[in-house]
Design a protein around this ligand. Sequence first.
Ligand code: FES
Ligand SMILES: [Fe+2]
Length: 364
Amino acid sequence: MPNLQLNTDRDIARASTLPAPLYFTPAAFEREKATIFASTWQVVGHVHQAANPGDYFTFDLVGEPLLIVRGDDGVLRGFYNVCRHRAGNPATGCGNRKLFRCGYHGWTYRLDGALLVTPEFDGVEDFDPADFGLAPVRLEEWFNLIFVNLDPEARPLRESLGELPVQAEKFDFRNMKFSERRTYEMNCNWKTYIDNYLEGYHVPSVHPALNREINYGGYVVEPYPQYVRQWTPIRGAQPGDATPRRYESGQHSGKDLTADYFWIFPNWMLNCYPDNVSLNIILPLALERTLAIFEWYLPEQDLGGEAAAKALAFSDEIQVEDVSICEIVQKNLHSRSYLSGRYSVKQEKGVHAFHQMYRELMPG
Ligand code: FES
Ligand SMILES: [Fe+2]
C-alpha cells in the first residue's frame, strides 16, 4: 500500500481527497446511512405525483420505506410505510386511496396516518390505537419538489438551501412542467458519481459534445455551506458560425445565456439550461451500486416537442459518458496502488467542498 499522509485540510492546496476505502467499505456505508442520509433534506418527488386528496406514492430512501400522501384536508404528509402491528406495508406503489389497509393482517390507517381499524384485536390490554398511527416524517416543499427529512430536529429546508433559490430564479423552474423520468443504475459508490459531477475538469476529455456548447475557460465553481454552484457561459451561435449550436444568440433574450449546475449536499442536483431544467437524485442502492433518477422539466409549450427530445438526447449522451468513467474509477479505487489523490485548486473546488461537508458529518 502507498504510504501517504492524508491531509484533511480546509485549504484545497494542501488537502488530499477522501481515502479510497470510504468508497467500498461496508462500515462506512452504514455510517453514511445513519448520519448523512438520515439527517439531510432528501427530494422524494414532485407535487404532480400527489396533486389531489388521496393521491399517494411510496419511495425507498436508502432502505427506509416511505409513504407520501395528500390528505382529505389537502395537506401533503410523509410517513414511514411500516405498519405499527408487525411491520407489514400499509401502501404499495402509487395511486389514490381513501384509506391504507396493511397487506399483512388488515390494520387500516386514515390518510393522516391515524389507526382506524384493528381486526380481531379485542381483549388486548394497555392498547390505545391513538398510540399506533403511522410514524410521521418531516416533509417540506420547494419549487414544487417534495422533500423529507428523517431527523425531527433538522433545520427547515429553506435555511439549508441558503442563496440557491435566488440564484435559480432566472430559470423559471417553478413554471416548467414535468416531461420525462429516466433511471440509470451504475456500478459505483454514490460518492464516485457525486465527485465526478462536481468538477468540469473532465469535460474536455469525457464530454466532447458538451464541450462544444459551453465556454470551458469560463467555467466557475462556487462552493456554499451546503451546496455547490457550477456555472458556465453558453456559446450562442453567431452569424457565420460554422459549428452547430443548441442555442442561437438572441434566443431566450433578456437572460444571460448560462448553464448552472447546482449540487445540494449530499445527493441531488438541478441542471439549469435556458430551455429546460433537469433534476437528478442519486440514491445508493448498495455500497457499490447507485441509482440515478433523472427528471426533465420544460416550459409547457415545449412538452412533447422537438426541444424536449433534443434536451433529453443531449443529457442522455452526457450521462452515458459519466456512468462509464465512474464505473472505471470505482473499480480502480480498489487497487492496492491507490489510497488518495490531490485536488486541482483551479478545477476541483466543488469536490473539495463536498469532501469537507462529508468529513464534518463523518469525522475520523
Ligand atoms: S403487520 Fe400490518 S396488520 Fe399486521
Ligand atoms: Fe460529466
